[in-house]
Write a protein that binds this ligand. Structure first.
Ligand SMILES: Nc1nc2c(c(=O)[nH]1)N[C@H]1C(S)=C(S)[C@@H](COP(=O)(O)O)O[C@H]1N2
Ligand SMILES: [Mo]
Length: 366
């Protein structure tokens, strides 16, 4: 990859729903959420700083901390490890914040709609293989990641980072990825190397990875505790570490894709479809859809969990009454957890992890 690629445009489709140009923050367009694998040019993008300039030839990954053999690995060193592939959905913890903002304002955060989620085929080395090469010492309980991009949101500014408990970090699905959908990982998505943590909030999948450290505690990086659920009355600018519930695995959620927002509908049989996503190693067990605000439910046809770490699409045909109606979809996961009924239940000061049931207001012409 050349320097100009690193510094170039974000190489995204004109259909992206752009919230911010610099740093670039954009949702996948609704059509892109309907396929199992999201094309690279419509995969959502979430950034806290400009793309760092990295020369992949001189770039090295440092592995240090509580390890027997600290390492400095080049891309060639990494490519000598067995290549693994995982199809995984990434979702930003801020996905669907816009529905929380309607309950109570959330200043200073991107008002994401439902498109801060996408699915790709990721290839690279298994993090567990790299950790085995370094020899993680028994005192280590967390694996911390540091990226090369420096965010001005922290005082003083610091690189983006995050950590995983050792058990998740050692699981075979966690990758250090250099390819996305069988192409070289694009600059916008973390080239030359990023972490992929299937089933966990996107923030833990650190891009432009520079350093991995084994430590006894979670990382004290700004973004580790930024991505937490604060109590409703906490001041998000003043809350110290430990006040919130640090986010890790994604909670069960779903979205309605069809009919689209503001679709013109005729009353009668209408195809309703969408996807649901159960985080971590759970799968989606059932999706129910209601046209009468949850008095009665119709069970949707649900795709089987083809890959453990991805969304599952669903569809059903409903008879819509003439006039105004609200479609509600709710998903259950394989542990029988179900979505909250309303965004008001899950509102939190930073607006993370809105996994309330999906609602869509429709008007049907007789
Ligand atoms: N280095 C770095 N890694 C990062 C981020 C970032 O800003 N810098 N954003 C995180 C967040 S919050 C999300 S949701 C995902 C988004 O990945 P994507 O841009 O490839 O879709 O990357 C994560 N990794
Ligand atoms: Mo995110």
């Amino acid at each position: 990859m050349t320097d100009s690629d690193q510094m170039g445009t974000w190489d995204k489709s004109a259909e992206m729903l752009v919230h911010q140009d610099e740093p670039y923050n954009a949702e996948a367009p609704p059509g892109a959420l309907e396929s199992r694998i999201t094309p690279v040019d419509t995969f959502y993008a979430r950034n806290h700083a400009p793309i760092p300039r990295i020369d992949s030839a001189s770039w090295r990954l440092r592995v240090d901390g509580l390890v027997d053999r600290p390492l400095e690995l080049s891309m060639d060193d990494l490519r000598r490890l067995p290549e693994r592939t995982v199809v995984a959905t990434l979702q930003c913890a801020g996905n669907r914040r816009a529905d929380l903002v309607e309950i109570r304002d959330i200043p200073g955060q991107v008002p994401w709609g439902p498109g801060a989620i996408s699915t790709a085929k990721w290839s690279g080395a298994s993090l567990a293989d790299v950790l085995a090469e370094a020899g993680v010492r028994p005192e280590a309980a967390h694996i911390a990641f540091i990226g090369a991009d420096v965010s001005q949101r922290a005082t003083p500014p610091q690189p983006f980072g995050g950590s995983l408990p050792l058990a998740k970090a050692s699981s075979s699905e966690v990758l250090l990825a250099w390819a996305m959908n069988d192409q070289a990982l694009p600059a916008a998505h973390g080239a030359p190397l990023r972490v992929i943590v299937p089933g966990w909030i996107g923030a833990r999948s650190v891009k432009w990875l520079q350093r991995i450290s084994a430590q006894s505690e979670p990382t004290d990086n700004y973004y580790q505790t930024e991505y937490s659920i604060l109590p409703p009355e906490a001041d998000p600018t003043a809350a110290g570490p430990g006040v919130g519930i640090t986010l890790g695995p994604v909670g069960i959620h779903c979205a309605i894709l069809r009919p689209g927002r503001n679709a013109h509908l005729a009353s009668g049989p209408t195809e309703v479809s969408g996807f649901a996503f159960a985080g971590d190693d759970r799968t989606v067990a059932r999706v129910d859809v209601s046209t009468d605000r949850g008095r009665t439910w119709t069970r949707a046809d649900l795709d089987p969990p083809e890959h453990l770490w991805t969304w599952q699409h669903w569809r059903t045909t409903l008879t819509l009454p003439p006039g105004e109606a609200v479609l509600v979809a709710r998903a259950w996961d394989s542990t029988a957890a179900v979505q909250a009924e309303s965004p008001a239940t899950v509102w939190n000061p930073r607006g993370y992890a809105n996994n309330a049931a999906a609602h869509l207001r429709v008007t049907c012409h007789p």
